[in-house]
Design a protein around this ligand. Structure first.
Ligand SMILES: Cc1cc2nc3c(=O)[nH]c(=O)nc-3n(C[C@H](O)[C@H](O)[C@H](O)COP(=O)(O)OP(=O)(O)OC[C@H]3O[C@@H](n4cnc5c(N)ncnc54)[C@H](O)[C@@H]3O)c2cc1C
Length: 398
């Protein structure tokens, strides 16, 4: 890989390493010149492009094309004078202040910042359940997780292929698709799979299984009711109050019942990316986030910062939402520079309320803000505008 070896062997240069092109690191990468001006080598390590979750369910539903939903993080940081390494972090040597990469290389740092996001939290599955995850359906997997976001583009391609009767192996009836997870993501996924099927003129049997009796249980009750009504109108079967107990190759067990599927999508919540534990940053145990203080600095080592879904903030878990990483971004940039300059750090104040807008896959959005909610075209228009503006702010500068 060009440019990697020369970075890695030189321990004399003052270096700040950004691990993961998450929301907060996009902002830091865009401001790489601030580091270069101080004679600091700013390096971003990520396996590829940033995929944005805000438009991801609309991409699955066929409204958006995948190119719109990505940011080329390499171009973003290189344009601002920083450097990019296409690799993944595998471990951290805090004594030597060095990051270990999956390729086997080692990257020394003065400061390291972690923004590696999250993965789907699979409810206690047995070894057999995990074997079932490897089953196939047509050209792709039979079981998908909603993270990484790029999965949703591959899922759309697989569905579009299956929805063409001539291309797919004949099925005895319409494909049976099950989405597990009654949170905002599971609901959006089910509604947008339905939207894609309608767009392709295909018939499917679609079910949504929710552990909680109420959908989107952290949001207003009225919004949950509006969502349940929307699923019903679209002919999506809702199985609420059924906790997932196990997965076989072609059926899942939930609430004591067995549900057959041709395709299963798991949207059963998010937990910090497993590399947090691999780097020995998950002090509270496997699946926990790295504990950062109010200034986003890891509580056990002043050379380590963190942001986004992979952190626990000031002793508590924040909602696993991109908007939190976006708000942390300017603070993280400030604090990395302040740490280099031996200046005081600032505190991040998490927002109490946040705007969440679900794409219902029919041209409508369902917006919630604290106890309020609105359903309609204006909500989706607003979401589209916010998301496009966010992406454009990084894509224009690629
Ligand atoms: C389908 C779906 C829809 C969603 N919709 C919304 C929404 O509308 N609004 C909202 O606020 N939130 C939404 N979320 C939640 C949102 O996706 C996450 O909260 C958000 O992505 C977290 O951002 P982050 O910056 O922590 O990490 P991410 O944006 O996930 O970025 C992490 C980066 O780290 C990289 N990485 C991972 N491991 C390593 C490693 N070992 N080494 C190097 N790099 C690594 C990844 O490649 C990735 O580029 C949605 C989630 C899903 C699944």
């Amino acid at each position: 890989m060009p440019g990697r070896n020369n970075v890695i062997s030189d321990a004399s240069i003052k270096r700040v390493v950004l691990v993961g092109a998450g929301h907060a690191h996009l902002h830091v990468a865009q401001n790489a010149r601030e580091f270069v001006r101080r004679g600091v080598d700013l390096v971003l390590v990520d396996p590829g492009k940033f995929w944005y979750s805000g438009l991801a369910t609309g991409m699955l539903g066929g409204i958006y094309e995948p190119a719109l939903d990505q940011v080329d993080a390499q171009r973003l940081i290189e344009r601002a004078g920083g450097r990019f390494i296409a690799d993944t972090a595998a471990g951290l040597d805090r004594e030597k202040r060095a990051l270990h990469l999956a390729s086997g290389a080692t990257l020394p740092y003065a400061l390291v910042s972690i923004n590696v996001g999250s993965e789907v939290a699979l409810p206690h599955l047995s070894g057999e359940d995990h074997a079932a995850l490897r089953g196939t359906w047509g050209s792709g997997p039979r079981i998908w997780t909603v993270k990484p976001i790029a999965n949703l583009w591959r899922l759309r391609q697989q569905l579009e292929q299956r929805f063409q009767p001539a291309a797919a192996a004949p099925l005895p009836g319409p494909p049976r698709v099950v989405v597990a997870g009654g949170g905002p993501t599971g609901c959006e996924i089910a509604l947008n799979i339905d939207a894609l099927a309608r767009k392709c003129g295909a018939r499917i049997r679609l079910s949504l299984i929710s552990r909680s009796p109420q959908l989107i249980s952290r949001q207003p009750r009225g919004a949950a009711k509006a969502l349940a009504a929307c699923l019903q109108r679209r002919g999506i079967e809702l199985i609420a109050g059924s906790a997932l107990q196990g997965i076989e190759t072609d059926r899942l067990l939930a609430g004591g019942q067995s549900y057959p599927f041709d395709l299963l999508v798991l949207a059963t919540g998010l937990k910090p990316a497993r590399v947090i534990a691999d780097m020995n940053l998950a002090e509270a145990g496997e699946g926990s986030g790295m504990q950062v203080g109010r200034n986003l600095r890891w509580t056990s080592d002043p050379a380590i910062f963190g942001a986004g879904d992979c952190i626990d903030f000031d002793g508590r878990e924040l909602p696993k939402l991109g908007v939190f990483g976006v708000r942390q971004a300017p603070l993280l940039l400030h604090n990395l520079l302040a740490a280099l300059d031996s200046q005081p750090l600032k505190d991040y104040q998490p927002q109490k309320n946040y705007l969440a807008i679900l794409n219902l896959g029919c041209g409508d959005g369902l917006a919630t803000w604290g106890p309020f909610y609105w359903r309609g075209r204006a909500s989706l228009w607003w979401k589209d505008r916010i998301d496009r503006r966010f992406l454009a702010s990084y894509q224009q500068r690629e």
